[in-house]
Design a protein around this ligand. Structure first.
Ligand SMILES: Nc1nc2c(ncn2[C@@H]2O[C@H](COP(=O)(O)OP(=O)(O)OP(=O)(O)O)[C@@H](O)[C@H]2O)c(=O)[nH]1
Ligand SMILES: C[S@@+](CC[C@H](N)C(=O)[O-])C[C@H]1O[C@@H](n2cnc3c(N)ncnc32)[C@H](O)[C@@H]1O
Ligand code: SF4
Ligand code: SF4
Length: 337
């Protein structure tokens, strides 16, 4: 790899950019209510970067100091040929890249868990908001809970560490807080809760009605467990506590109640090669043109550096004063969360 080109990426707020999230497809086999409309218009295939182009893009970022790569989507495991991509990109592990991982809805883990381990993946984040099959079907519209639970078991059997991500939704899964904690404890999974963000043109009233601040969730947890704040980080935005009674680790991703932007270390690339410098802002840079215009990597590196030089300070999401502001019409699946 051309490490000579690699002055690290530092944004205008002195934050080193070492974490790249790559959305490899906008398609998904689920239609979660907080993420997508039921009838989505997906991109024509010709608009997508090929897997070879995605590889070149990721390789360029790794040359610029990215050490953690998270593959996401849409649902990353529904992109045809994705295992070939994982296999190829894993050549950077131990040579610039510290971690190759993915965020998935789990539906295809039964098929791919073993291969993922072969490709150097060691942990996987699986999105699961409920353990109730009917509720799961209502939230995901098209998903089947048992398929996901089977996928999670296969992942564990294959040796993958599993972290469960649950979006905290008032009136939807707040009655399952302790069930989720107990189940994750029994299965040996870490568990992280996420505050619902106002993304996607899906109606504001539901957001406000369903917004469950994690400060409140934490207080509820404290009625049953003693919580110990942990200093440890995974390179992502979660802050962790340990439950003294069980030893479990619980994460909180709190873009609304506790903004973590000051320590932001990440940017996102979409499946069409747009670089989003912030999840919560619209500004983006086209990397497909420099990628396709030259076989030299320099124009691509220049475009990446120019984009990082305008990375914003943070998002403007806000539910206070009983209205939603900072709303993004872009769907979460576009940038992969
Ligand atoms: N506002 C905001 N939310 C984020 C950001 N990164 C992740 N999230 C939210 O947190 C969710 C879970 O993130 P994951 O895909 O599990 O990634 P992670 O938290 O970086 O993962 P770990 O490596 O396990 O720490 C995402 O889908 C987003 O909803 C971020 O930079 N800003
Ligand atoms: C967009 S999905 C992509 C990866 C994969 N399909 C999955 O569901 O894990 C990534 C994450 O974004 C989260 N997410 C989607 N919409 C969200 C929203 N409006 N607020 C907070 N998190 C959201 C999902 O729960 C999921 O954990
Ligand atoms: S959250 Fe993930 S599984 Fe659900 S619709 Fe969005 S991309 Fe698909
Ligand atoms: S909202 Fe933007 S600045 Fe804040 S942590 Fe996420 S990507 Fe970084």
């Amino acid at each position: 790899m051309d490490h000579a080109a690699a002055a690290p990426l530092i944004d205008p707020f002195a934050r080193p950019i070492t974490y790249l999230r790559v959305s490899v497809t906008d398609r998904c086999d689920f239609r979660c209510v907080y993420c997508m409309a039921e009838h989505m218009q997906f991109l024509p295939k010709a608009e997508l970067l090929t897997l070879e182009e995605l590889d070149r893009l990721c390789t360029t970022f790794i040359g610029l100091g990215v050490r953690k790569l998270r593959i996401t989507g849409g649902e990353p495991l529904v992109r045809r040929g994705i295992m070939g991509f994982f296999r190829n990109i894993s050549r950077h592990l131990g040579d610039g890249l510290d971690e190759l991982t993915l965020t998935t809805n789990g539906s295809q883990l039964g098929r791919f868990a073993t291969e993922l381990v072969d490709c150097g993946v060691r942990r996987v984040n699986v999105s699961l908001d409920t353990l109730d099959a009917d509720k799961f079907a209502r939230i995901t519209r098209w998903g089947r809970l048992q398929q996901v639970l089977d996928g999670i078991s296969k992942a564990q059997e294959a040796g993958l560490r599993v972290k469960i991500n649950a979006v905290a939704l008032k009136g939807v899964n707040d009655d399952e807080l302790f069930d989720l904690v107990t189940w994750c404890g029994d299965q040996g999974h870490d568990l992280t809760f996420i505050e619902v963000m106002p993304m996607g043109d899906l109606g504001n009233e539901d957001r406000l009605d369903q917004y469950w601040p994690l400060s409140d969730l934490r207080n509820q947890l404290a009625t049953r467990y003693s919580l110990v704040d942990l200093a440890e980080r995974t390179g992502g935005p979660a802050r962790y506590v340990r439950l003294n009674e069980t030893g479990q680790k619980i994460g909180f991703i709190t873009p609304l109640t506790h903004n973590f932007c000051e320590s932001c270390n990440r940017v996102r690339v979409t499946c069409t090669g747009e670089l989003y410098m912030c999840l919560g802002q619209e500004d983006r840079a086209d990397l497909r043109a420099p990628l396709r215009s030259s076989e030299e990597d320099q124009p691509l590196r220049d475009a990446i550096r120019a984009a990082i030089a305008r990375k914003p300070k943070g998002h403007d999401f806000d539910y206070s004063r009983q209205t939603v502001s900072g709303q993004m019409t872009r769907h979460m699946s576009h940038t992969g969360g």
